[in-house]
Design a protein around this ligand. Sequence first.
Ligand SMILES: Nc1ncnc2c1ncn2[C@@H]1O[C@H](COP(=O)(O)OP(=O)(O)OP(=O)(O)O)[C@@H](O)[C@H]1O
Ligand code: SF4
Ligand SMILES: [Mg+2]
Length: 341
Amino acid sequence: MDEKEPLLQIKQLKKHYPIEKGIMKKQIGMVKAVDDVTLTIHKNEVLGVVGESGCGKTTLGRAILRIVEPTSGEVIYHFDDKAVNFTTLNKKELRSMRRYVQMIFQNPYTSLNPRMTVFDIVAEPMVLAGTFTQNEIGERVRELIIKVGMEEKHLNRYPHAFSGGQRQRIGIARALSLQPKFVIADEAVSALDVSIQAQILNLLQDLQEEYGLTYMFIAHNLSVVEHISDRVCVMYLGRVVEIAETEELFYHPLHPYTEALLSAIPISDPTVKSERIMMPGEIGNAANLPSGCCFHPRCRYAKECCKKEYPVLKEIGQGHMAACHFAEQLNLSGIKELKLK
Ligand SMILES: Nc1ncnc2c1ncn2[C@@H]1O[C@H](COP(=O)(O)OP(=O)(O)OP(=O)(O)O)[C@@H](O)[C@H]1O
Ligand code: SF4
Ligand SMILES: [Mg+2]
């Protein structure tokens, strides 16, 4: 199989939330949570998506799965030689396609129903699908719980009996119960201790190989995505500002925002000097986007034209895209060391 075969094509996807005021709900503005995102996710790859809080990562994931309705744009899935436009499916069609795409949530403490046993939690998607016999459900639940590193005896217990890492394992088993092809993991390890994070990342990698999965792996921490991602996409205020293969992005960033994020990664080698690039202010307001390049109020390379002209995302090197007027001129600093898988 061609490694670069697309599984998912996202075309000019937007999710804008109206800001309403008063009992007449007069619209007084718009939050551009996701604004014109175009990207392709290939079969069997892990695409890391990073950016500060509020940059639109979760909204992008939800709009791709139509958990929230996109404002405009298209999401095309390629399943078994068929191209399916998710954005135009009716509710019934969407329900039948949902089994192929699943989401693992950030918080293993709140995402599992405390009144259901582990068995019922993992089995629920299959029960709701209504196409599996009791035997099939029982067999698959037992197989999955072992695959995620737990034991059959855990199936009769309730979520409160487990640690954060174990709960996330249960969440992963549930997400895989319908044998999806594409999984969005939204900050799946962010709430866990660092040592447990590594275990869950390894588990996700093992499951990816075993089941031939494709992941979109969302995190605000670049060091987390480095470990698991084939490519990384950096978002800023609802837009993709850079996308490249992981090693290329970490060593040779082309966007000043990526350079600043990379400079914040702690380096373990004491002989290597690194300078943290301080970005003034906060990420900004998706309801009131800065003119021109949205990053200009925080960019140390900004020039007059950056305030007026919006930089489009364009390919600079092979498969390496950036949205910066000066991407080819600025010789930006990448990371000094990399602990790639
Ligand atoms: N239902 C909603 N109504 C209005 N605005 C929303 C809604 N959901 C998200 N937003 C806004 O959209 C923007 C993007 O939010 P989103 O949750 O997607 O960001 P994120 O990158 O996932 O952040 P975090 O890292 O904190 O999870 C934010 O400005 C947020 O306030
Ligand atoms: S376009 Fe200008 S402001 Fe935006 S990232 Fe590039 S240099 Fe900075
Ligand atoms: Mg989020």
